[in-house]
Write a protein of this length. Structure first.
Length: 766
């Protein structure tokens, strides 16, 4: 089949209904095409029609099409649409994810480098199990290496096409941790090879190595795939970039397969490069933590000479007010050479609703109340989504939504009380509250790892069963159990620490018991000091649980540890709510990519949350956080809500919060601002310098600085009458905490009970 351009009929049905830019992208013919597709601009329709038109006009056989997506769902949708356009003529295309395409290639070619066609693919659980065994064998956990951290680092290296030998050549021989990781990496690689297995990250890298080691194999696939398409190109990493490069560069004459049809030869006797079409949006590049490199799309024109660029700016999803906010925010980024301005013909739509709460519970109550209003006015729950930056934010949202009767589901995550680290810490609390709880003791015996293995655990349980005593009592008699001396000493030390803390349960505050446990076991410190980002996220969840115990103590000054555990059990065991109109979706902003719903709530828009505190110290981190916010905004079709709190419970204290710099970038005319209380406010902004030199930071004035003020000299006791700027007058019913952490619970005359951080609350003593 010829590669010569074919005249495109402008009246072709496949061009019908497209705007001029979309039609140009579908009909363009050339060596390389970059489609810069803004959010909601119909990129899937453009990509599928472009492929369908190639096939319909006999410019390509289906077997010459390779279309790469990032998810199986997207691949299936693409295939279905093309079949809808041209029917059976589309059969034979390769439409798949990067990994699926590479598996097909490796199945055919793996024997060339010593692997059978029936090689095994290790999933994440298999890889983790293998790494755990190797770490145990090398006693590498004593050096701080964790399965998650090792797997994360190996994945990053493999995505950069760095194998064991490559890492060995650059590792620091004077760093014992790095040398230990190298040994683990080497053994892991050897074990995979011995098992004739690849892990998930190997699939792309090994295909690239295959093409480079065997040019004639690369030429076979270059000859086959004459038209290559890549969706979500801004999310590609180095390995994926190199794979595309290998498939789309010209074939030299000496590598041309003998059976190549003459029509494919160029004048030098080689084969010209396949055409390449990529679709993406640098403004939606939000996966750097997975290895995605935004430079792949920013530098596409330099990498592939002769590139034509089509920019899709018309949005078919959102109203103009929402798009104006998105345009204003992303316009502050400087890491894009593909400027665009989204526009819509759906009219201006409603103004954005902004909300400032005193605490995260005020914020969560606002979300619940607004969802209830939307549902009452006819919006199905399934058409509402709540976004947040970190999983630790979900606890307050889940609590309030559940109590408000709003059905919800967590997307891509685990409910707060079901998370592994929360279950671990609650098991510690259960163990000191109830020494007879054998299940809790067995869960925490080697959590975090303290060198107590399954053999010792089984021996303790057997001793307890034989002597009709509790697991805890058996631990106290560890010298009689008959285990190794090292295990005996470790168990003795552990049970002594549990006994010491159990002795304080009757009189100590719940938060103090929890902090004592975390300090005695080092559980939180290990999570925070880990190099594994997942462990750091778990640390945030544990800190959130500490904040929960503090809030419990303020709410119930006389509450005991048993009371707290009972409340948690009732909350976590509550039946999932359901409704005929579906459920509200809760998810992180990273998970929100690809979502589109009528109403969106973006919560926790505060400094150190969005942008996240870790991003401030990373090159380009603020820019990616701004793109993350932009992605969240552009998921909304009709209604957008932005919310934050002026104080938020963190580990051991309630801290005051500053509004995110990103909020100042949205024009005041687009947002109706409210506060918890009776008055709606429209906060104003002023610019000042931030630590990051590249961009100004913003600080709120007016409403926010009035809230975040210093009441250091104010003394309140139970019975005092106060006036709050928004809640009106009320009576103090409880005061707890010390110094800057003092909290007052107030029964207001009009709005009911509220908890206030005395230091910053806008209150006056009467």
């Amino acid at each position: 089949m010829s590669n010569s351009p074919t005249a495109i009929d402008p009246a072709d049905p496949l061009l019908e209904g497209l705007n001029p830019q979309q039609a140009h992208a579908v009909a363009h013919r050339g060596p390389a095409l970059l489609i810069v597709a803004g959010a909601g601009s119909g990129k899937t329709a453009v990509l599928t029609r472009r492929i369908a038109l190639l096939l319909k006009n006999r410019e390509a056989w289906p077997s010459q099409i390779l279309a790469i997506t990032f998810t199986n769902k997207a691949a299936a949708e693409m295939r279905e649409r093309i079949e809808m356009y041209i029917g059976d003529e589309s059969r034979g295309m390769w439409i798949s994810t990067f990994h699926s395409a590479c598996v097909r290639i490796l199945r055919n070619e793996a024997e060339r480098f010593g692997f059978p066609q029936a090689f095994t693919i290790y999933d994440s659980a298999d890889s983790k199990s293998l790494v755990k065994r190797i770490l145990k064998e090398f006693e590498a956990d004593s050096m701080g290496l964790t399965p998650g951290g090792v797997l994360s680092k190996m994945s990053r290296l493999k995505n950069e096409l760095i194998d064991v030998d490559g890492f060995a050549s650059q590792a620091n021989p004077n760093d014992p941790n790095e040398m230990m990781f190298l040994e683990v990496f080497r053994r892991y690689t050897q074990e995979l090879r011995r098992a004739n297995a690849f892990d998930f990250d190997d699939l792309i890298g090994q295909t690239v190595f295959l093409f480079r080691a065997f040019p004639e194999v690369r030429a076979l696939y270059q000859r086959r795939f004459r038209h290559v398409f890549v969706d979500e190109y801004q999310d590609t990493n180095k390995a994926q970039y190199e794979l595309i490069h290998e498939l789309t560069r010209p074939v030299k004459p000496e590598h041309v397969p003998v059976e190549t049809p003459p029509v494919l030869y160029n004048t030098e006797g080689g084969i010209d490069a396949a055409t390449l079409t990529v679709v993406g949006d640098s403004d939606q590049s939000i996966y750097a933590f997975r290895g995605a490199d935004i430079r792949n799309i920013l530098e596409f024109r330099q990498d592939f000479p002769g590139t034509d660029v089509v920019v899709l700016e018309q949005n078919y999803r959102s109203t103009q007010n929402i798009l104006d906010a998105a345009n204003a925010v992303i316009g502050n980024n400087f890491d894009t050479s593909m400027s665009k301005r989204l526009f819509s013909d759906r009219g201006p739509g409603e103004r954005i609703t902004g909300f400032t709460g005193v605490t995260q519970h005020d914020e969560a109550q606002f979300v619940a109340d607004e969802i209830d209003n939307l549902h009452t006015n006819g919006m199905a729950y399934r058409d509402v989504a709540v976004f947040y930056r970190t999983n630790a934010q979900t606890r307050a949202l889940e609590d309030v939504l559940m109590r408000s009767g709003v059905p919800y589901r967590l997307i891509g995550g685990t409910k707060f009380y079901e998370r592994m680290e929360i279950k671990d810490v609650l098991a510690y609390l259960a163990a000191v509250a109830n020494p007879d709880d054998g299940l809790a003791h067995r869960r925490i015996l080697n959590t975090p790892k303290r060198g107590i293995g399954d053999v010792t655990e089984s021996a303790i349980q057997r001793f307890a069963d034989d002597n009709q005593i509790s697991f805890r009592e058996a631990m106290r008699r560890i010298e009689s159990v008959g285990v190794a001396a090292r295990a005996t000493a470790t168990v003795r030390e552990f049970v002594n620490s549990l006994d010491r803390i159990s002795d304080t349960v009757a009189t100590a505050k719940v938060v103090d018991v929890l902090i004592a446990l975390l300090e005695a076991t080092g559980y939180l410190i290990l999570l925070k000091e880990s190099r594994d980002p997942q462990e750091n996220a778990r640390a945030e969840n544990v800190e959130e649980l500490v904040g929960l115990t503090r809030e419990f103590q303020v709410k119930s000054p006389e509450g005991t540890l048993i009371d707290f555990l009972t409340e948690v059990a009732l909350s976590s065991a509550a039946d999932d709510l359901d409704d005929e109109s579906g459920t509200v979706s809760l998810m992180t902003l990273h998970t929100a990519k690809g979502v589109e719903v009528d109403a969106v709530f973006i919560t926790g828009i505060e400094e150190e949350i969005l942008p996240h505190r870790i991003s401030v110290a990373e090159a380009g981190g603020i820019q990616e956080e701004r793109r993350l916010f932009y992605v969240g905004i552009t998921r909304a079709k009709k209604k957008l809500h932005l919310s934050l709190a002026t104080s938020r419970a963190t580990f051991g204290e309630i801290a005051s919060c500053m509004p995110s710099r990103f909020l100042a970038e949205i024009p005041d005319t687009l947002v109706d601002w409210r506060e918890s209380g009776r008055r709606a406010l429209s906060p104003s902004f002023e610019k000042r310098s931030w630590d990051a030199p590249s961009k100004p930071r913003t600080e709120w004035t007016g409403a926010i600085t009035r809230e975040v003020r210093d009441n250091s000299g104010l003394e309140l006791v139970t019975g005092d009458r106060i006036r709050h700027d928004d809640f009106g007058e009320g009576r103090v019913i409880a005061v707890a905490g010390d110094g800057a952490k003092r909290i007052a619970e107030v029964q207001f005359d009009e709005v009911g009970k509220k908890k206030l951080l005395i230091k910053i609350a806008p209150i006056t003593k009467l």
